[in-house]
Ligand binder design. Structure first.
Ligand code: SF4
Length: 277
């Protein structure tokens, strides 16, 4: 178990998981997905052998949408498709420079990615999601809070925070190979429920609404919005599960959790194959 003794630095501050000062959703979800992958990424800090193009598309679309919202917030003007594509490629190039190799899917190359990015952003601009009905108060908002007992602060970077009447809305963008349904959204709910706990203190007198906005990476991309019920009992349960996940990490038991979905884009397949402990 992560306890006070085990995690005290000489300056008396609790030390974070994997030597960090904070716990993030990415750490928790990586461990849940595959404990050995967690170890390679956060403890051994192995350099990834490659980055899957699908991940680059996701982060680059994310950056283009962030650019769009910043333009709205800062100058009350709409970003054009070309400007959003520029933001997409800026992010793409940055990520490529950081990576040893970009691995494309079987039928993909940079040209097909360019067409996909354009289709996704055209769909985004045309959708209701591109304009919020309320007042934006945060874009890529970094929130921290001591929300897990005995653990370092939890850090959440929230894509979009806005106020709609007496409701505080927390939105997270996802890009997906296929359309979601409410069940898919519910299976991903823990991330937003943790963010709800972080955001609770921003406007304590407001209701909190949680939503995933999903853009599909398909021939005809769609924009879907799914609400997640921020019931306090669900939030408490999610925090308990997160705390137990940290306990499991601290126990030092790391094992491969192989599956087609986990391993197909895993950049640690060679060290995983060589793993003996
Ligand atoms: S290849 Fe699969 S089992 Fe091995 S570390 Fe990666 S995700 Fe885990």
């Amino acid at each position: 178990m992560i306890g006070q003794d085990q995690n005290q630095r000489s300056n008396g501050k609790p030390e974070g998981v994997a030597g960090r000062d904070f716990v993030s959703w990415s750490q928790l979800s990586t461990f849940r997905q595959c404990p050995l992958k967690y170890r390679f990424r956060y403890l051994d800090r192995l350099e990834p052998e490659f980055v899957a193009s699908s991940l680059l598309v996701g982060s680059s679309i994310h950056r283009a949408i962030e650019y769009h919202h910043r333009r709205q917030l800062e100058s009350n003007t709409q970003a054009t498709l070309d400007e959003m594509l520029d933001a997409f490629w800026d992010e793409w190039r940055c990520r490529v420079e950081e990576s040893r190799e970009v691995r494309f899917g079987k039928t993909e190359d940079v040209n097909s990615i360019a067409k996909l990015a354009e289709r996704m952003l055209v769909a985004f601009i045309a959708s209701d999601v591109s304009t919020t009905s309320g007042i934006v108060i945060g874009i890529e908002e970094r929130l921290t809070g001591s929300i897990l007992t005995g653990a370092p602060e939890f850090l959440g970077i929230i894509d979009l925070v806005y106020v709609d009447g007496d409701t505080l809305v927390i939105r997270d963008y996802k890009s997906s190979r296929s359309a979601w349904n409410q069940g898919t959204a519910e299976s991903s709910a823990d991330q937003l429920l943790m963010y709800a706990e972080l955001a609770r203190t921003l406007l304590p007198d407001h209701e909190v609404r949680l939503e995933y906005a999903v853009v599909t990476k398909t021939k005809s991309p769609s924009l879907q919005v799914f609400e997640i019920d921020a019931d306090p009992k669900r939030v408490e349960r999610t925090k308990r599960v997160a705390r137990r996940t940290l306990d499991a990490i601290a126990s030092g038991v790391f094992y491969p959790n192989a599956s087609a979905m986990n391993c197909s884009t895993c950049p640690y397949r060679s060290p995983c194959a060589a793993w003996k402990q």
